[in-house]
Design a binder for this molecule. Structure first.
Ligand code: PMP
Length: 426
């Protein structure tokens, strides 16, 4: 519609060279040229409140990360086969945020690679092949992890060694029964897998179930399922790509909210605040044989610049109290959304932890039937008013709100005012 001719031509050039697999957000795509804190700017200087970005978790272009990366990039950047202080200091600092049992960390460049490595290690340690995941999970893009990412749709084949279970859903299962229900579903999947002659190597979950539709509560419900997979000789892998690094406000890692200690933890996205880095934390005994046999080398993973970025991120989260801020401002945002939507028949369940919230757009509360049109209206109305979020879930009706952790109260109020206008216009 109101698109700039230059942007129209850029869209055309983009399609020509990038091909058909790439997607743009919004009916009117955004052309962003600069980011600072919670704000993104287009070429005309118009600013947008970024309420969707969990990569730039400390805010876009955080000066401490920019400084650390720039300094290290101007000094040395090479692989991990020379001695370097950076990777060791960073690994020590990172592991200090986790249970003591997770004694090693291995570095990759993307979350996909981290999950791919975690699967290889888990299969090698257990000598088994089976993996159980939730129905709309996303764990990444390599062939091995696409196989355990059913949110990619039926186009991506899911072999016999992968079984799906429903994500915990507080809409249909009472909170007190979530833990038992998830464990029972897992038990059934394990039994079905075994009936086909496949033994379970691992149960892997995004500990906040982002692509399934965001299911954080009640904290603790994951524990029985994690205990069960271990009792059955498999491993529990926590995918912390989304909830990790203080996003939930209540804990530094999503699994900590559930009072459990995973066998492997994968992480990525906000780890370098935009610098591409990811990794896997592992119980040492699980990787000892793998490590002896499978020489691990990742050209870019854990390089000195990544280590500098990662260390700066950990320091900023601590020094700026971002976990507390996520809890505090996240609570304010959640209450504000609850107030705005209390009287609306077309807004259903509101849930979330810290600065990761989901709002269900429904045709009526009674049935909770998805209302993708309303979600689409709100997302695009907000975008026109300079606020960025997205919609997710199987019915494309769940608003996903996930701002940088530095979001302040004043900015949260700007967000709420924009939501109020979008709702009024619906
Ligand atoms: N796991 C989860 C839970 C994710 O959300 C994502 C990315 N959306 C990944 C893994 C894959 O990470 P990456 O895109 O860095 O490969």
């Amino acid at each position: 519609a109101g698109l700039d001719p230059d942007d129209l031509s850029l869209i055309e050039r983009r399609g020509r060279v990038l091909g058909p697999a790439y997607r743009l957000f919004y009916q009117e795509p955004l052309h962003i040229t600069k980011g600072e804190g919670v704000w993104l700017y287009d070429g005309s200087g118009r600013k947008y409140l970024d309420a969707y970005n969990n990569v730039a978790s400390l805010g876009h272009c955080h000066p401490k990360v920019v400084e650390a990366v720039t300094r290290q990039l101007g000094t040395l950047n090479t692989h991990t086969r020379y001695l370097h202080e950076g990777i060791v200091t960073y690994a020590e600092s990172l592991l200090a945020t986790m249970p003591e049992s997770l004694g090693h960390v291995m570095f990759t460049c993307t979350g996909s690679e981290a999950n791919d490595l975690a699967l290889r290690v888990a299969r090698s340690y257990t000598g088994r092949q089976g993996v159980i995941v939730t129905k709309l999970a996303y764990h990444g893009l390599t062939e091995a992890v696409a196989e355990i990412s059913p949110s990619l749709g039926d186009f991506v084949p899911r072999g016999p060694r992968v079984r799906l279970i429903p994500a915990p859903n507080a809409l249909f299962v009472p909170p007190a029964e979530q833990g038992a229900k998830l464990a029972a579903d897992l038990a059934q999947a394990i039994a079905e897998m075994r009936a086909g002659g496949i033994e379970p190597a691992a149960f892997i979950v995004d500990t906040i179930f982002s692509s399934d539709g965001l299911y954080p509560d009640p904290a603790g419900f994951l524990k029985p399922a994690a205990d069960l997979i271990r009792a059955e000789g498999g491993l529990f892998i926590a995918d912390e790509v989304q909830p990790g690094f203080a996003r939930t406000g209540e804990a530094f890692w999503g699994f900590q909210r559930h009072g459990l200690s995973p066998d492997l933890v994968t992480m990525g996205k906000p780890m370098g605040n935009g610098f591409p880095m990811a990794g896997v934390a592992i119980r040492p005994e699980i990787v000892s044989e793998f490590g002896a046999k499978a020489r691990y080398f990742n050209t870019f993973g854990g390089n000195p610049v990544a280590a500098a970025a990662g260390l700066a991120v950990l320091q900023v989260i601590r020094d700026e109290g971002l976990q507390e801020n996520a809890r505090e401002v996240g609570g304010f945002l959640k209450q504000g959304l609850a107030d705005l939507t209390a009287e609306r028949e077309d807004i259903g369940h509101l849930r979330g932890a810290g600065l990761f919230l989901a709002v269900e757009c429904v045709t009526e509360r009674e049935t909770n039937a998805p209302n993708a049109a309303l979600a689409g209206h709100i997302v695009n109305h907000l975008r026109r008013n300079g606020v960025l979020i997205s919609a997710t879930g199987p019915g494309a009706n769940i608003l996903k709100i996930r701002p940088p952790l530095v979001l302040g109260r004043a900015e949260a109020q700007i967000f709420l005012d924009a939501v109020e206008m979008a709702l009024a216009a619906a």
